[in-house]
Design a protein around this ligand. Structure first.
Ligand SMILES: NC(=O)c1ccc[n+]([C@@H]2O[C@H](COP(=O)([O-])OP(=O)(O)OC[C@H]3O[C@@H](n4cnc5c(N)ncnc54)[C@H](OP(=O)(O)O)[C@@H]3O)[C@@H](O)[C@H]2O)c1
Length: 269
């Protein structure tokens, strides 16, 4: 079932790598810009040597197993991009029979299961549930996700998610989500772009839409950087989890589809 497709991206590998080398940039409070640049170059050079076989434009050095908890608007849209890049996706739902169409769209790189199946399957877990459901997801699965990279894209909306959402906004989602998901290698990403833009603007011509990223685990951030590129966007590492608040719901850069240059200018990176 999990065979890599031959071609999906409209970018050739060399063009894509050049784009990454030219535009991507790491910034992280724990590390100097020079260290991040060095890591970026190392990462890019590694990707030139070993890229997902047969998939043009993929940046990750090999296909990843990605479990998605919450395969709705944004979980479905991002999962489709990753499947197109050659990653192996387990879309999950509490009613997995309802995911047949999504799995078909992601064919042959996807299947459906329950949330626990996504947790067991994934080297990387993408959590895309209403923010009010995150505490439950943490209670159910944080212990099983120890040591796994967990990318969380949930946004707290007080009108939708209640009081816990305001508390999360007050402390910032990087801090709040880490409290709900103790012990995982948490990264915040894909929260500040709408799912329709994921569908319509991936790999767009000209400057790519930027995706801000925050995380404390540098290796997890590096994997996420590659996954953002694989999805057809430009990663901008904002810094540690505590800085995720700078691109939270309600911030000036939220769902603006900014280029990386615009995003860096707005966040003074
Ligand atoms: N929509 C966007 O453009 C967008 C963009 C970026 C970030 N976000 C954020 O991403 C999150 C999801 O948004 P969405 O628009 O994709 O929502 P959605 O379309 O309603 O999908 C959310 C999914 O979460 C699952 N879910 C809900 N409660 C759950 C629980 N307790 N355990 C496991 N799964 C659960 C549901 O799956 P089942 O009922 O099938 O199990 C549902 O399909 C929100 O926090 C949102 O703010 C959304």
């Amino acid at each position: 079932m999990f065979k890599s497709p031959n071609t999906h991206s409209k970018y050739t590998h060399s063009k894509f790598t050049r784009r990454k080398l030219t535009h991507s940039k790491y910034t992280h409070s724990k590390y100097t810009r020079r260290q991040f640049t060095l890591r970026l170059l190392q990462s890019a050079l590694g990707a030139i040597a070993v890229t997902i076989p047969g998939v043009l434009g993929a940046q990750s050095p090999q296909p990843l197993r990605i479990g998605i908890i919450g395969s709705g608007n944004i979980g479905g849209a991002v999962g489709l991009r990753w499947a197109a890049a050659g990653h192996h996706i387990l879309f999950s739902s509490r009613n997995p029979d309802e995911l047949a169409e999504l799995v078909q769209q992601a064919s042959p790189n996807a299947r459906a299961g329950m949330p626990i199946d996504a947790v067991e399957f994934g080297d990387v877990i993408f959590i895309a549930v209403p923010y009010a459901a995150l505490p439950q997801v943490g209670r159910d699965f944080a212990a099983m996700m120890q040591g796994k990279i967990v990318i969380d894209c949930g946004n707290p909306y007080p009108r939708r998610d209640g009081e816990m959402a305001q508390a999360a906004l007050d402390k910032g989602t990087g801090v709040a989500s880490a409290e709900y998901l103790p012990g995982v290698r948490l990264v915040r990403a894909f929260n500040a772009i709408g799912y329709q833009s994921v569908h319509d603007k991936h790999h767009r011509d000209g400057a790519l839409v930027a995706i801000p990223i925050a995380g404390d685990d540098q290796a997890a951030v590096a994997v996420t950087v590659n996954l953002v590129i694989d999805a057809g966007f430009e990663p901008v590492v904002v810094g540690a989890l505590a800085r995720a608040r700078e691109f939270d719901q309600g911030s000036a850069v939220y769902v603006q589809d900014l280029t990386a240059a615009e995003l860096r200018a707005a966040l003074q990176l």
